[in-house]
Design a binder for this molecule. Structure first.
Ligand SMILES: *Cc1c(COP(=O)(O)O)cnc(C)c1O
Length: 434
């Protein structure tokens, strides 16, 4: 399989090229150029197929022009030392916990696969790369953890001084080795501008700079693995399987839609959002109205113009009715999110985070409205409840424990490089150190 840009179908790249380029030069996103039929491969898997084995098989099938089965297996083995856990919550609603990785959120699946595949490609060619990225807190920590200790790769992460939470700062600044945290005396926009200016700067072309942001195909593709895995767990027990996906930039949902295109017989998808509901509204009316984002309790989904909407439109040839046949939109208010965390805790003695709560509300509403027979809804659980302590405590009156791997970090010492908020200082730092 090759990959093409959503904005220029003549821009054809390999997976490796897509991974190191990130974005296509004219601003489009990379998407598969063809639709393989992998229904036989999916049908051959069972509830007992280990996550890693399923992931390797799908990787080898999709990237067979570029990666031998052995190399695909090696990448997946290195990337996934954690796996999803499926929890039955009753009434046909299951929660697939995707937060057992190093940063306790589902973005670990994408970040760890990207890191492992970059490492594999770089080692094979005896090349180096420097990941340069800016973060407002959360996504950067998944990247930092994923690339930690990877060979042939250095990581430089910019974050705004004093504007990330203490826990997020620990995640960025305590790793060391090949990961350098650059603390910028400014805000997140400064950090982003500095990174952008450095990337286009002629005098930095000698450095092998690359990005690892969320639109990278190497982060999107591996998110299809846990749809296949969740499906495998339930296919012998239920006739219909639906996925409900708490969504912000819609990368998570898009990966599931690819798995379905390739032959995973998912009945339909529920796209669950908070008040940032531009995609659910589009699915109803065909009108897409992006807007500045609203702040909600599920803040990783506060997106007013999702970047992967472009990929979704590409999959469905801009036909909102066709998209709407397979993807049902739902949006959930702040009050209902809080109430769901509270009720879930009261009924099941288990915490859920605000993003998972949005999905859970959407799944419950779907069940109540449609009463489907022989149907399971798998709700993707995107973060550990301990990462959103304040909201969960506000809802339940009880305080969930921090995820163990984050708890450990609190005792470690912070190490950062403090710089002014202009790209000249960043470039100076890079020239001196790399
Ligand atoms: C990023 C994120 C989401 C949204 O995922 P998208 O792929 O952007 O739709 C949901 N929940 C959590 C916890 C996240 O970090």
């Amino acid at each position: 399989m090759k990959f093409i840009s959503t904005r220029d179908k003549n821009r054809v790249v390999s997976f490796k090229e897509a991974v190191f380029q990130g974005l296509s030069p004219e601003g489009g996103l990379f998407v598969p150029d063809s639709v393989p039929d992998l229904s036989q491969l999916f049908a051959g898997m069972t509830a007992e197929t280990p996550f890693n084995e399923a992931a390797s098989a799908l990787t080898a099938a999709i990237l067979k022009d570029e990666l031998s089965p052995d190399r695909a297996a090696k990448i997946c083995e290195r990337a996934f030392f954690f796996k999803p856990e499926l929890v039955d919550t009753g009434n046909g609603i299951f929660i697939e916990e995707l937060f057992h990785g190093p940063s306790s959120a589902f973005k670990d699946f994408g970040a760890c696969f990207l890191a492992a595949s970059m490492e594999e490609f770089l080692q094979a060619e005896n090349r180096r790369a420097i990941i340069l990225t800016a973060t407002s807190g959360d996504t950067g920590s998944a990247v930092a953890q994923a690339f930690f200790n990877k060979k042939n790769i250095d990581v430089v992460i910019l974050y705004p001084s004093g504007r990330v939470s203490p826990l997020q700062e620990k995640q960025l600044t305590t790793l060391g080795k090949n990961v350098t945290a650059v603390e910028v005396k400014g805000n997140f926009d400064d950090c982003q501008r500095m990174v952008k200016e450095t990337f286009v700067s002629q005098d930095m072309k000698y450095l092998p700079l690359t990005s690892a942001n969320s639109i990278n195909l190497g982060r999107l593709f591996p998110q299809s693995f846990y749809y296949m895995y969740g499906f495998n767990q339930l296919k012998a027990k239920y006739k219909n399987i639906i996925f409900c996906v708490p969504s912000g930039n819609f990368g998570n949902l898009t990966a599931g839609v690819y798995a379905w295109k390739w032959g995973l017989p998912v009945k339909e998808f529920i796209a669950a959002t908070n008040l940032n509901n531009e995609v659910p509204l589009y699915l109803e009316s065909g009108k897409y109205e992006p807007h500045p984002s609203f702040r909600t309790y599920s803040n990783a989904m506060d997106v007013g113009d999702p970047s992967n909407f472009e990929r979704l439109k590409n999959i469905f040839n801009n036909d909102y009715k066709e998209m709407g046949r397979w993807i049902k939109g739902a949006w959930v208010s702040n009050e209902d999110t809080l109430q769901a965390i509270k009720d879930f805790y009261a009924e099941k003695k288990k915490f859920i985070d605000p993003h998972t709560a949005v999905g859970y509300v959407a799944s419950s509403r779907y069940m109540a409205a449609n009463k489907p027979e022989d149907t399971a809804i798998i709700t993707l659980s995107t973060a550990h409840p301990g990462k959103f302590l304040e909201v969960v405590e506000q809802a339940t009156g009880a305080r969930p424990a921090l995820p163990p791997n984050l708890e450990k970090l609190l005792k470690l010492e912070k190490k950062s490089v403090v710089i002014d908020n202009n790209s000249a200082t960043l470039k100076e730092f890079l020239k001196k150190n790399y």
